[in-house]
Design a protein around this ligand. Structure first.
Ligand SMILES: NC(=O)c1ccc[n+]([C@@H]2O[C@H](COP(=O)([O-])OP(=O)(O)OC[C@H]3O[C@@H](n4cnc5c(N)ncnc54)[C@H](OP(=O)(O)O)[C@@H]3O)[C@@H](O)[C@H]2O)c1
Length: 268
């Protein structure tokens, strides 16, 4: 595969870089550009990957250019690289909410764009990434992009109209899940379990449940029914959650997050 460039080496940029190196991509086949001087020194020192002199330099040397800046920095960043992008480049945007049509509006000409939405679990090689290809993307380019993001975890291809939903489900998903975990830990504390013990136990409950789900390969409701005995403790707790519309609240929260992702396109 030809050279991969990353513009914006913050949380996600670094997670992608680290995953690529771990997967065996050669450091000389990766380049980056980042505004913060101290980040540049840190990245160069830790990963032995070298910064391009300018956005222009990065665009010229990278076949695949991953744009990993915040959506509010999208316009300025795209304006800087626009003159140097031609038919050999593929822009891979991981920016939440920014649509392919928004990016095209900065370029004023057809260019190749792929949207990818990984999540923070990329840091441990367990991201869930949604990918949507824009017009003119060739099979080989899509294959290369899937290969890049499979270094971070699993990859699912969807139509672009589903990218806001993917952003909410996969991008914000870890935060929703952690919020639930926090509540479990607090419940243990409320009933007198020391915080550290409650935390260790709650995390193990989640880990064990996920492992069972994976190994038994069944729908969550089947496993949940298995631990819901007649007249028992679990059905008593679940009844309360049903009364409080637990599932409905989560569905609405994820829908609202998706709506918000759609609104971020106004930043470009
Ligand atoms: N974090 C997540 O879980 C997650 C998941 C999926 C997708 N994303 C997307 O990933 C993108 C990056 O998120 P992040 O959390 O990694 O943000 P971040 O930590 O703020 O990293 C972005 C970096 O890019 C730099 N930058 C800004 N403009 C630049 C330019 N023109 N040229 C070069 N570097 C530039 C920023 O420097 P300054 O701070 O000095 O501006 C910053 O160091 C966002 O668009 C977000 O929507 C994030």
């Amino acid at each position: 595969m030809e050279k991969i460039g990353i513009i914006g080496l913050g949380n996600m940029g670094e997670a992608i870089l680290k995953a690529l190196i771990k997967a065996g991509y050669k450091t000389e086949d990766i380049a980056f550009y980042e505004l913060k001087k101290e980040r540049v020194a840190y990245i160069e020192g830790l990963y032995r990957v070298f910064s391009a002199d300018s956005p222009e330099g990065l665009a010229k040397e990278s076949r695949y250019l991953i744009v990993a800046v915040k959506p509010q920095d999208a316009r300025q960043t795209l304006i800087e690289i626009a003159p140097y992008i031609d038919e050999k480049n593929v822009i891979i945007s991981i920016m939440a909410g920014i649509k392919i049509s928004n990016i095209l509006s900065v370029f004023h000409r057809p260019i190749k764009i792929i949207r990818a939405m990984p999540n923070i679990c990329a840091k441990v090689g367990e991201a869930a990434t949604g990918i949507a290809a824009g017009k003119g993307i060739e099979d080989e380019e899509l294959k290369d992009t899937k290969e890049i993001f499979s270094c971070l975890g699993s990859v699912i291809e969807v139509g672009e109209e589903l990218m806001d939903a993917i952003t909410a489900l996969a991008g914000s998903g870890p935060a929703f899940f952690l919020f639930f975990l926090e509540a479990m830990i607090d419940a243990g504390v409320k009933m007198g379990i020391p915080r550290e013990k409650s935390k260790a136990m709650s995390i193990q409950v989640i880990k064990g449940t996920l492992k069972m789900l994976e190994e038994e390969d069944v729908h969550p409701s089947i496993l949940r029914e298995m631990v819901t005995s007649p007249g028992g403790t679990t059905i008593t707790g679940l009844t309360h959650l049903e009364k409080k519309a637990f599932k409905g609240s989560i569905i609405t929260a994820i829908e609202k997050a998706a709506k918000r992702a759609g609104e971020l396109s106004s930043w470009l």
